[in-house]
Design a protein around this ligand. Structure first.
Ligand code: SF4
Length: 510
């Protein structure tokens, strides 16, 4: 009954909103400038849309646009033009596939905990200086400069309650399996990174949030943490420096807990759903403790970066997109895998070298999510020339996200994939924000009709109207925006297939 009533309301509202109908597919005048690379990069509709409507700081940021954050002062640059494959000597995660001992003995043989005490004795300012020079960017999705973000907490004075570092190992994004590999095969890298980052920010303790269903991974982490305490690597005098630093592990489960305020709510025993800021986490995050949430991969690369220096780090990848990155390749490829590669390596080369290529060959490629479900789709031409780094993918109208490449070949039914993808958001919205909640009801209904061909052609434009409405509504967390971006990009990419399906259905029913 309620559903029937909703359908009627949707139709009425959409017919009002569509006057005058938005020209969602009108061709823009200028294509975005792509970074130069061996292959040519053809601009896609999505990239063109991005060029047409660049995010402006302030006004657009409120509407869901991205504010461009400048790199930290003193960041090193390079003038490299070719990227990847990564040499073994530059590999940070040497036990990514669990072929060696993940316990302390094996980790120490691979260089973990080497002279960590000496690094700590250099002082927080020296460590922060190295992070600034390296222009390290967060590996969790947003690509924020770590030094800029971490300095927020470093500058907070908190004498009554210690500052806290919260480590994000929630990893619920479809197609992503990198933090999980770190937890089960490289837990000591993570613990060492937490200690270094925590001390740099002036924290006294850290909490690692691990997803509940990562049972074996949490067991390995607990074991590694016990080893670290037993050998004095953390605790009352971490690595013999006299610095007190404690780490604890807490578990919870919900996709939305990957969002930092939802995660903190969950850690505090509340319902795991996002909350509006202020108060900001650096003021009052975990109970009354000022805190910051940092992704596991960003922390795990830190010890090697500090040991080898920012010059080495910025020698990998393009300027301001430096270092190595874990890429998770899934979908219709011959060999789905998680692999560490140099940043800025061409996407096509990563897929062909590590995942055995697209099923049926590169010409069989239909589209790619370059950074997980929440990033805009790229067509075969753009995917053939784009480099896997923050700036190049942003220029192409998409994003690096968490580095999860999800491949769709021409053998799949793109409209069924669209429907399933948008249902994912329906399952995970927390229903606090009206437009995110309503979008999560309407979009799956629309996409279901697209998949069967029972939609009306003008409903294709409704998606853009709904997506824009969600974007402009200032939802509390990024899930609302992700839903809008994904829906819009999928409809723009597959509008021809939707029309064909509608015609087919109409012909079949005549
Ligand atoms: S945007 Fe969606 S998921 Fe995020 S808080 Fe609002 S309703 Fe919840």
């Amino acid at each position: 009954m309620i559903r029937k009533h909703l359908k009627g309301t949707i139709r009425q509202l959409a017919s009002i909103w569509c006057q005058p109908r938005r020209l969602a597919h009108s061709a823009p005048k200028e294509a975005p400038k792509m970074p130069e690379l061996s292959g040519k990069v053809a601009p896609q509709p999505v990239a063109q849309a991005a060029a047409k409507k660049p995010a402006k700081p302030g006004k657009d940021a409120k509407k869901g646009g991205r504010v461009k954050i400048p790199p930290p002062k003193g960041s090193l640059t390079n003038d490299k033009t070719t990227f990847g494959p990564l040499k073994d000597v530059d590999r940070i995660f040497q036990n990514l596939y669990g072929r060696h001992d993940w316990r302390l003995k094996g980790a120490c043989l691979r260089g973990d905990w080497h002279k960590t005490g000496d690094i700590l004795e250099q002082g927080p300012d020296w460590i922060m200086e190295q992070i600034k020079k390296s222009a390290l960017r967060g590996r969790g999705g947003a690509g924020f400069y770590c030094a800029t973000k971490w300095e927020f907490l470093q500058k907070v004075k908190s004498e009554k309650v210690p500052k806290m570092l919260v480590v994000n190992c929630a990893e619920g994004e479809p197609g992503t399996c990198k933090d999980r590999e770190i937890l089960r095969h490289e837990p000591h890298k993570l613990l060492e990174g937490i200690l270094l980052a925590g001390v740099t920010m002036g924290c006294g303790r850290a909490v690692i949030y691990v997803r509940n269903r990562f049972y074996n991974e949490a067991c390995n982490l607990h074991y590694a943490l016990a080893e670290a305490y037993h050998h004095g690597l953390v605790g009352d005098s971490a690595c013999g420096t006299g610095i007190k630093f404690d780490i604890m592990v807490q578990r919870g489960d919900r996709y939305l807990c990957g969002e930092e305020t939802a995660m903190l709510n969950c850690l505090m025993g509340k319902l795991g759903r996002p909350r509006r800021r202020p108060p900001f986490l650096t003021e009052k995050g975990y109970f009354n403790h000022p805190c910051l949430v940092v992704n596991a991969e960003s922390l795990s690369v830190l010890p090697t970066l500090l040991r080898r220096g920012p010059r080495w780090w910025t020698g990998l990848g393009r300027s301001y997109n430096a270092g190595t990155k874990l890429f998770c390749i899934s979908g219709q490829v011959n060999n789905p895998c998680t692999v560490e590669e140099e940043m800025s390596m061409p996407m096509r080369e990563i897929i062909e070298r590590h995942a055995g290529g697209v099923q049926g060959g590169w010409d069989n490629l239909l589209a790619v999510f370059p950074g997980g479900l929440s990033t805009s789709l790229l067509g075969p031409e753009a995917a053939g020339g784009v480099m896997m780094d923050f700036d190049c993918l942003e220029a192409a109208g998409s994003g690096l996200g968490c580095g999860s490449i999800i491949v769709m070949s021409k053998d799949c039914d793109p409209l069924a994939v669209m429907h399933r993808t948008i249902e994912f958001y329906e399952e995970h919205t927390c229903k606090q924000c009206t437009y995110c909640r309503d979008g999560a009801i309407w979009l799956p209904e629309l996409f279901g009709r697209f998949a069967t061909g029972q939609a009306h052609p003008h409903e294709i434009d409704w998606t853009s109207v709904i997506a824009d409405t969600i974007r402009n509504s200032r939802p509390i967390c990024a899930l609302g925006i992700s839903q809008a971006v994904t829906a819009d990009s999928m409809v723009q990419m597959f509008s021809e297939q939707i029309k064909e399906r509608i015609v087919k259905y109409a012909e079949g029913s005549q």
